[in-house]
Design a protein around this ligand. Structure first.
Ligand SMILES: *Cc1c(COP(=O)(O)O)cnc(C)c1O
Length: 368
């Protein structure tokens, strides 16, 4: 190696075996090198080496395994977003011609995925009010094509708690799988796999990442199904980037601390708001929804929140509010919005980790 052209391409690389980083490094590489054909063959025989980052990368693998461990599930896989984790999970169970039974109050983006995109793939979705389990069972009786039941552990924005155990019991009589989106609750609050769910999906964009600086998803659950979902992720290009996986893992290290602080704040906020208006808070988790009272104009209320920003997401360390009518549920028709109760007066608050007194003071100012 003598020319500057060659030397500047073949930069110095420290021998990895001699490096002991305290924190897992970012494998920011699109592919992995082999020193012999024998070593390359070893990859295909499953010796634990890596080939190409779309098919697998140490950082994305570490994230999948980390969340599986938190959920008490045998296997986990990362995806580029919560939406792609949900899609991959669904496609590990259903194919063209099959049906899905979903809760009518699922997250707006999931509603669009189920209603519009899956229809293009020949998959029909029935939406039902999951608080009425006999209505859920009736659909299973009427439509033996249903292969998958989909719901969320805590729904949005009215924070209905799903009875995962009851849904899982339906598996005994009907040949179906159960998939739960555990984004709002997180494994700090609920572990759906332990209640019988086959698949548990996350938008890691929310509490797992926790700092509103990453878009990521994770699917955990039954090893066989997650292996099938992993194939969908690889073949459909739904993979997460190594840096996003690394950031998400960094966020997860403080998940329990954040959830404890955010849940305590949410509890105090819910107690305060109850003295002012109608409040939805299930007694767990860190999201509180409430109605702007008739005596206050909705736009004025949102403009009076000071440092509590209006943000169409949740779960960061900052306390924020969102406007479900204009964002998460915007794509729903007026009729659909009315059916799930999302009016112009509904506010969804995501409790942060700030001092409780500061949050309550800022809310009081808005009510004043
Ligand atoms: C945000 C969210 C999603 C979608 O996640 P993305 O990371 O934005 O794709 C799915 N389900 C729930 C409950 C969410 O809050």
């Amino acid at each position: 190696m003598t020319t500057i052209e060659t030397k500047s391409v073949h930069t110095a690389q420290m021998e990895e075996r001699s490096i002991r980083s305290k924190v897992m490094p970012i494998y920011q590489t699109s592919a992995f090198a082999f020193s012999s054909l024998e070593e390359l063959e070893g990859y295909y025989e499953g010796n634990g080496t890596y080939l190409y980052s779309r098919t697998a990368n140490p950082n994305t693998d570490a994230l999948g395994q980390t969340v599986a461990d938190l959920e008490g599930a045998p296997k986990g896989v990362s995806a580029s977003s919560g939406t792609s984790a949900i899609l991959a999970g669904i496609l590990s169970v259903v194919k063209s011609g099959d049906h899905i039974l979903a809760a009518e109050d699922v997250y707006g983006g999931t509603f669009l995925l189920l209603k519009q995109e899956l229809a293009l793939m020949g998959i029909q979705v029935h939406f039902a009010d999951f608080s009425d389990i006999s209505a859920v069972e009736q659909i299973l009786i009427d439509f033996p094509e249903v292969q998958l039941i989909f719901s969320e552990s805590i729904t949005n924005p009215f924070l209905r708690e799903e009875d995962i155990e009851v849904l899982s019991q339906l598996k005994k009589h009907y040949q179906v799988k159960v998939m739960i989106d555990n984004t709002f609750a997180t494994p700090y609050t609920v572990k759906p796999y332990e209640f019988g769910a086959d698949l548990v999906a996350h938008s890691a964009t929310k509490y797992l990442g926790g700092h509103s600086d990453v878009t990521a998803g994770v699917l955990t659950g039954d090893a066989e199904l997650v292996t099938l979902a992993e194939k969908r992720i690889v073949n459909m290009g739904l993979n997460l980037s190594p840096f996003e996986a690394w950031l998400t893992i960094r966020g997860i290290k403080t998940l329990a601390l954040r959830m404890k602080a955010q849940t305590e704040n949410a509890q105090s906020i819910a107690e305060y708001l109850t003295t002012k208006t109608k409040v939805w808070y299930p007694g767990k988790g860190a999201i509180v929804s409430f109605e702007v009272p008739e005596s206050i104009e909705v736009p004025a209320f949102f403009s009076s929140l000071g440092w509590i920003k209006i943000v169409p997401t949740l779960a960061g360390v900052e306390t924020t509010v969102s406007y479900p009518y204009g964002t998460s549920h915007r794509a729903l028709s007026e009729e659909e919005k009315e059916k799930v109760g999302v009016t112009r007066r509904i506010v969804r608050l995501s409790a942060g980790i700030e001092g409780k007194d500061d949050i309550l003071e800022q809310l009081a100012a808005a009510f004043a």
